[in-house]
Design a protein around this ligand. Structure first.
Ligand SMILES: Cc1cc2nc3c(=O)[nH]c(=O)nc-3n(C[C@H](O)[C@H](O)[C@H](O)COP(=O)(O)OP(=O)(O)OC[C@H]3O[C@@H](n4cnc5c(N)ncnc54)[C@H](O)[C@@H]3O)c2cc1C
Length: 382
């Protein structure tokens, strides 16, 4: 089958995360329609998680192409660029205060970013409650999407923006994510200024990282007086079942954490003892690095679906940059196949480079910086 011109092609994006929505938005600005399918039942059906820092040369660049940079800055927290790094005794090892007017990596809540992108799309662009099962059909297209509700859709281009456990990925590659050996356990605090003033003072306006080589924690402010903390631990993927704990058992999980962090300063332990609500388990997975595949007409990947890495502050930025480059390639190429080839030629080596740099990086989150590291890195790194 001849590859159709993008403006006349049926384009399906699987996943309404930051990558998929950015792609749909930039396509729309160039007069190209796409349909986004997401397994969530609606935009608010799931807690979107914590705060993200968007960098000037990738996440912000994509928002500029999307025509949303000004709206982003109306929501973003520039003061959230403050970072603190402590040892387990609570001693400050590094402290970065952003310069007045610095905009290199302001923070935004994941939910706010999703809403901003959703508002910028035409009504009906996103089809909620559509969980993809598989992509089938001949290599030269068209492809058939099959969803869990039994429905099918025929499409000229399927863009896999469906995250870590992508169902689209199998259409181009046999790679699957592997557990890194490090798990995040997420907890949060509400009404931080009034209900948790000591925790608020400890973390400051941005984020705090502390580690002792075996375990660590990463606390970050979110908007609306909320704060999230991730306890970062070297644990088996099924640690909760293995210890007979249920995550809803807040007291039991807290006691487990207090045992593991027994040698930490009481000031830092307030992050374990004072949190509100239940815990969320977030085991970290990564794709083998570099993840590459042979070009296949009519199917491509972006973001975590293409290059899942440990969360060291680049994932969402790369997802949005991928989305931007793919949308622009579609806007400026004669056929979808030309556009996808052009996009993959640049995206695959770039993401492979980052994935190799960050391979094993989950362990880095648990490491204590030596004096030299602190000197070299300056501000606490995420
Ligand atoms: C704890 C944690 C903290 C992080 N912090 C940062 C950070 O500070 N900075 C940073 O840059 N990155 C961070 N990351 C990484 C970042 O979250 C990801 O890289 C980014 O969200 C990838 O965007 P995406 O659009 O590719 O995928 P996702 O955000 O995962 O979106 C995928 C979408 O696809 C949908 N979906 C999934 N499967 C299907 C299916 N079968 N059918 C239909 N829809 C489907 C999902 O519902 C979702 O909406 C963090 C990750 C974790 C786990």
């Amino acid at each position: 089958m001849d590859s159709p011109p993008p403006a006349r092609a049926r384009i399906s994006i699987i996943g309404a995360g930051p990558g998929g929505l950015t792609c749909a938005r930039i396509l729309r600005r160039h007069g190209i329609a796409a349909t986004v399918y997401d397994r969530d039942t609606d935009a608010d059906s799931r807690n979107q998680g914590g705060s993200l820092d968007l960098h000037e040369d990738d996440g912000q660049l994509a928002l500029r192409e999307a025509g949303l940079l000004e709206e982003f800055f109306a929501l973003a927290r520039c003061e959230g660029q403050e970072t603190r790094r402590l040892d387990r005794a609570g001693r400050l090892l590094a402290h970065h205060l952003p310069d007045e007017g610095a905009t290199d990596s302001p923070e935004i809540d994941r939910g706010q970013l999703r809403d901003l992108l959703l508002r910028s799309l035409a009504g009906g662009t996103v089809r909620w409650g559509r969980a993809l099962v598989s992509v089938s059909g001949p290599a030269d297209g068209p492809r058939t999407l099959t969803f869990t509700d039994g429905t099918t859709v025929e499409t000229d281009l399927v863009i896999g923006a469906d995250g870590a456990f992508s169902r689209v990925r199998a259409a181009v590659s046999p790679a699957t994510p592997r557990y890194t050996g490090v798990g995040f356990l997420e907890a949060w605090f509400d009404d931080i200024e009034r209900a948790h003033p000591e925790v608020s003072a400890l973390v400051g306006n941005g984020s705090l990282h502390a580690a002792d080589g075996e375990r660590g924690l990463f606390a970050q402010r979110n908007s609306g007086g909320h704060l999230r903390v991730y306890f970062m631990r070297r644990v088996p993927v099924d640690w909760a079942d293995a210890t007979g704990l249920r995550l809803e058992d807040t007291g039991g999980v807290r006691a487990q954490l207090l045992g593991e962090y027994a040698h930490w300063s009481p000031r830092l332990l307030r992050l374990i003892t004072d949190n509100d609500g239940a815990y969320v388990d977030r085991p970290l997975f990564a794709l083998p690095a570099p993840h590459t595949w042979r070009h296949s007409p009519g199917v491509t990947l972006l973001g975590d679906a293409a290059h899942l890495m440990p969360p060291l502050g680049v994932g969402v930025n790369l997802a949005m940059l991928d989305a931007c480059e793919l949308a622009l390639a579609l806007a400026h190429s004669p056929t979808i196949d030309d556009a996808v080839q052009r996009y993959e030629t640049s995206m695959i080596p770039r993401s492979g480079h980052f994935a190799q740099l960050l391979e094993g990086g989950a362990e880095h989150l648990l490491s204590v910086p030596g004096f030299d590291d602190v000197q070299r890195s300056g501000p606490a790194q995420r």
